[in-house]
Each structure stands twice: as C-alpha cells, then as structure tokens.
Design a protein around this ligand. Sequence first.
Ligand SMILES: [Zn+2]
Length: 491
Amino acid sequence: MNTLHLYNTLSNKIEPFEPITPKHVGIYVCGPTVYGPPHLGHVRGPIVFDVLRKYLILQGNKVRYVRNITDVGHLVGDADEGEDKLAKQAKVEQLEPMEVAQAYTDSYNWVMDKINVLKPSIEPRATGHIIEQIEMIQTIIDKGLAYEVNGSVYFDVMAYSEQQHYGQLSGRVLEDLQAGAGNQSRSLEGQDEKRSANDFALWKRASAEHIMQWSSPWGKGFPGWHIECSAMSARYLGDHFDIHGGGMDLLFPHHECEIAQSTAAHNHAPAKYWVHHNMITINGQKMAKSLGNGIMVEQLFKGDHPLLAQAFGPMTLRFFVLQAHYRGTLDFSNDALLAAQKGWQRMQTAFKLLNNLPTVHEGATIEADDLLAAVVSSLNDDLNTPQVIASLFELARRINLVNDGKATMTEATKATMKSLVVDYCQGVLGLVSEDAGAGDGLADAMDIIMALRGQAKADKNWGLSDQIRDALKAKGFEIKDGKDGTTWNKL
Ligand SMILES: [Zn+2]
C-alpha cells in the first residue's frame, strides 16, 4: 500500500489514514490504572502505539501523543460498583492513594523506558483534571443527557439513544445490554438510583470514609471511570482529534461510554479513528491471578517466575510483541520467547556487519530497494509488523551473503540497507541493540567520538587519537583500527 491505512473499529474497515490537520496528528491512548506493578498485559498497547507514533514521525508528521494515568474512579468491578482500585490498594499497603499512584506510575514508566517506548507528549492524571471533568458533566446535564440522584450523576443512555447511536463502537444494541444488565444484581450500590440499567456513573457521591473525594455542584464525590478520558482528550487534543487507541478489552464499556459522553458534550464523536490492539494469553490461557500465570514485566527481565526457564531482555520482549499483528492474539510462553530471542540475536549479528561490508562499483549481484518498498508497504497495511520483520530477516540474509563473499552490492544498496536498519528496525520498530542500552543514544554518541578520532588521525595527531582510545578502554570500550575503518565494542 502506498499510504498508511489503519483498521478503524468505528467503521469495522481498513481506511486510509488522513489527519484532520495535514502533518499534525493527535493520538490519545488509554493508560494504566496505577494500583499494581506492570505485567505482560501492560506492554502490548504501548509498543503497538509507539510503532504507529514513530512511523508517523518518520513520515514528517508532528505528533502529540497523550497517554493518561488513571488514579481515581476505576472501581474494582470495572463498572459502577465496588471499591476504588487505588483506594483499596492504599489500604492494603497502608499508604496514601497518591503514594500508590506515584509508585506504580514510576514502575510503569521504568518498564516503558526499558522497552524503548517514547515518553508521551503529555501524561495527564485523572486527579489533576477534576475541574475539567466536573465542567463536562455539567455540560451533559445541561443538554438533558445526564441526571443527578442523591449526589451522584448518571449518563442517561435512553435519552442519548433518541438522538445518537449508542453501541456504534462495540456493535452492542440496547436490547442486548438490557438483557445482560438484567442478570446483574440490582442491589449493587447505586444501581437502584439509575433510570435504566444501561446508565453509567459520571460522578459518584462519596461516603464520609471514602478517602478520595472532591467538592462538586452535586456535593462531595469522585468522578466515574470513563469521564476522565473524555475530559482530558478534549483538553489536550481538542474535541475532534485523529486517533484514539486502547486494548480491545476497553471497547465496552469504557470507549463506548467515552464516545457517548464526548458526543453528548460536543455534538460529535471525539476521534476519527479508533484503533484497538488484541489481548495476550500465557501458555494459551487468559492471564489471571487465580491461574498463577500473571507474569510481571520485572519477573520476565529477571527470569523470576515458575513459567519461565530464564530471563528475557526488554528487546526480546519488544521483538516478540511485534512478531504478531496487533489485531491478533499473542500467546506468551517460554519456548516462544526463546525463539524470539534467537531470531532477534541472529538479526542483530547480521546488522552489526553492515558498516564494514565491502561494496563494488559495477556488476553487483544483490540490491535492497525491493526490501525497503516491502517494509513501507507492510507498515502502510495496518501496521503489519510481522511482515516488516520478515523483510528484515531477508535483509539479514543478504548481508550475510555479502559478508561471506557470495554476493556483491553497490554503495547505494549499502545506504538503503543502513536506512532499513536505522530508520525502520531501530527507528520505527524501536528495536535497538540491547548492549547499547535501549534508546540511550550510546551508538550515536560513539559515532561522533569515532569521527573525531578519525579526524585526529587524519591530522596526524597521534597523541590525541591514542588518548581517546585509551580513555575509552579504561571505561570498557574496545576500539579496533582496521583497513576499512574503526569499529568499537563494549566489553
Ligand atoms: Zn480511557
């Protein structure tokens, strides 16, 4: 495909991606509810949307990427009942809820750095945007699409449905929803206040002992889970932005409710494209505490889990995630991770040879333009990263052929190959050499130092060139001068 196409869950179709404002892209991705350490289920979405973001940047777009932190309002039942997840964990750990939020935001971002996910342009917190949420709720009440009962405010799904299509994203119809709702206990807290079982909370009245509560026009309380994303996306990306991302598990109720709230407040849907990644399984099973298969990311890095025979590095994890298309399921197992680790090592070993490969002026037997075209076309085809990786393996094969003297290439082909490695493997896929550190720029810094040392040698300033080599050696870098230039290794 010649231009980027994405599967839009809103239309159930693959559509050409056209930003609302040319060369400017606004992306909102639902971030974590920070009440526990990050597990394997937390890495797929960030990696997928990081690839999308990096590809859009490579194409010359200015991208504003907003990923929120949910630190209030997400209740244990994922609906309108149960304790707040943060408040519950705070009691267990005997901490302030904001201490819990800070600790797990930090551990989440530590993992994001390790797996080479770019930091968001803006990382807004729900508790930092109570005013925006209250204002939006008031707007929805003023439009007659929400109502207050005993200090709580509920979204009126039936009233909304008379004007708009509720269920457009998830494909659910109200009759199904009512049948489903009928199976739930109506005695759950607050359920009897609702006009219809489909209605959902925008604001919940807080009991006196509830730790997190704020003043509002409806008394002391806290926001519902869904309103934060509507309020914060509008605040930072405007009421009509390009891409809203998240996991398929958020399709309903979270994203359906977001669309309803934003449409109620602004008279149109918030995002043009809704992009959802599929979920992960572990040894073919859904990850669940009760199954004992919940693997924390740190446990993966340390090999510290009964289901793992060894530790796996952050780049193996990233490579493994990108070997599957984001809309398919992804099954973690020790064997599958091991295969990914071997594949990634094989690719890296070949790519490291590239700089020192010889070139010919004429009679070259291989080229790489076809691979570059294939990689771009695969990315354009709804981010088909498994196909991109297949092309990169073919690149590795051709590099090895030249290295073994079984094929020849021109300088132009070498430049194309470098672009594939630097712009696409390292750049878009974000797969960087593990020993160079994920995204810390070491390789780039070393290129600069090597160039300066090369200049010193050209100037016959042997004292300076030896001084650079010896100083680097003292820090564990081995510098080798060969006839084709200088290479370096971190020992
Ligand atoms: Zn959200």
